[in-house]
Structures are given as C-alpha cells and as structure tokens.
Design a protein around this ligand. Sequence first.
Ligand code: 8YV
Length: 324
Amino acid sequence: MSRPVVAFTRQYFPDTAEPLAHRADLRLSPADEALDAAGIVRHVAGCSAAVATTGCPFTASVIDQLPELRLIANVGVGYNNIDVAAATRRGIMVTNTPDVLTESTADMAWALLLAAGRRIGDSERWLRDGQWNRWAIDLWLGADLHGTTLGIVGMGRIGRAIARRAKGFGMNVIYHNRRTLPAGEDEGARWVDKAELLSTADHVILVVPYSAETHHIIGAEQLAAMKRTAVLVNIGRGGLVDDVALAQALKSGQIASAGLDVFENEPRIHPDLLAAPNAVLTPHIGSATFRTRRAMCDLAVANVADWLDGKPPRTLVNKDVLPV
Ligand code: 8YV
C-alpha cells in the first residue's frame, strides 16, 4: 500500500518534518515565500495531509480542488486562513497550535505597548540619525502605563496572559468579549461593553480572533471614541483594524500611538502606516521566539502523527468532523 503524502506549504525548521519521515512521504515547500491559492493547489495535489500556517489560503475553492486531503495542520493558534466550514463539509480535520504560544504572544503585546507608549521607535530612529545634540525637558515624552486602565478586546488564553502581566504594572484591567461569561475575573479584569472599553481605557490591546464578525471592529468611529492619549496595540489579525482609518487617526492625533504586529494586507503595509512616526510596526512576530516557534512546529507535526496513528489529533479545531 502506498504511503500517505504530507505536504509542507512553508519552510519550517530543517528538522521539523523528521518525526514523520518513517511513516509518510514528505513534500517539502520549494520556496520560503508564501504560496498563493493556485500554488497551494499545485503543491498539495495528491497529498492527504498539509502543514500550513497564517497566510496559506485554504479557501473553499482550494479545498474543493484537493480531493485526497484529510488533514490541515496549521502552525498558529489562529486559523482564519482556512475555511473550516468547507473543510468540515469535506470531512477534513483542521488543527491549530494553542497554548504553546500564549506567553510569548502576551509578552509581545507588552513589548508593543511599552514601545509605542514610551516612543521607543521614533526616539531610537532620532538617535541613530545623529540628532541627539540637545536636551529639553519635553523631549520624547510618552504615556504612563503604570496606574492606568488597560482595555483588552478578547479575553481568551492570550488576553488572560496579558491581563496577568498588567498586575505588575499596577493597572486596572477592563475587557470585552462576545460572551459576558466570567473570562478574566481570575486576573482581576472586569467585563465592560465595547463602547465603555473604548472610551474609558487609557490603552487598548486587540487579541480577538479574526472573522466576518470582527472585521474592522476598530474603524474611524471607534478611534474617535478613544482617548487622544491612548495607545492601540494589535496582535490579533490585521483585518480587525481599518488601516486607513488608523493611519488617519495617528496623523490627526485622534490617538497618541499604535503598536502593530499585524496588518490588513500583510506583508504589504499601507504606506500611510509606514509613514506614521507614532506607530511601532513589527512583521507578525508575536510568537517568534526560538522556543515558541519550535513548540508550534512540534505540535503541528504531533497532530499529523496522531492522525497517521488513527487517533483524533490532539488539538483538533473542528471536532464535529469526527464520527459520532
Ligand atoms: C504566527 C499567529 O506568527 O498563532 C497565530 O495565529 O498568527 C502567529 O503565532 C503564525 O501563525 C506563523 O505564521
């Protein structure tokens, strides 16, 4: 009997695929750039499992063109690159990599909040440009974080880890998520509706999954509702924020600054954001630590191994795909 073929749609660590080599044929990614939909169809054709990641589009149409596919193992906790409903209809299992990236992504939210609040980006550029030839009492003044109110949109695992860190900064934490079920109370956070969060938080962090429902949850109207001294951080997905409206709000001083790890059309960044001195921009590196990225790859591969063993993958997203 022929061995199952597992496709890797991106280049991961050189040894990532090794644990599967004795039980499956491996089709490694030919290039380090992202494959588009047509590229994925070509690369994954005939494979029964694919290891994917953010930016690898497994749309309904891609899935329809891959009749042999049984499993998509995403390297990432978010899986908005996959049409899970279409996969489920076709009986394809979808897995993600929760938990292993929670703490490093929460760290990154704080890195961006601190960098944008305390003007690390623009003051560093000024120093490197050789402009540090004077002192003034009001040079590079930034926002206080300690003792202020932090608003977290999305109180899942990463939101809670962010809230835990806020304790050390003596911050008051409010949060909003769809459910009013206790989610952040253990962290001393208080649920408020979105309007209250935007108007009362001194700083706002977005860490909610992206979906049609959360598309542009921050646009011109919401930015206008925020404090003019506020810092906005986005470590969720680019589509949560209307980048054009944000660039405008940064330019007009509607909000003080932003720390962004994700963008609407990444890796293409809106030129007005690139031009905004009061934005700290990072290339989607929320989970990018040595330990975390390894753990994510290991978990994705463990999901494929579970499936090869005939077991339900350990972090299956669409549990309704399993036979009852
Ligand atoms: C990764 C992420 O950077 O987990 C997620 O949802 O967006 C990030 O951790 C990404 O999946 C790797 O491409």
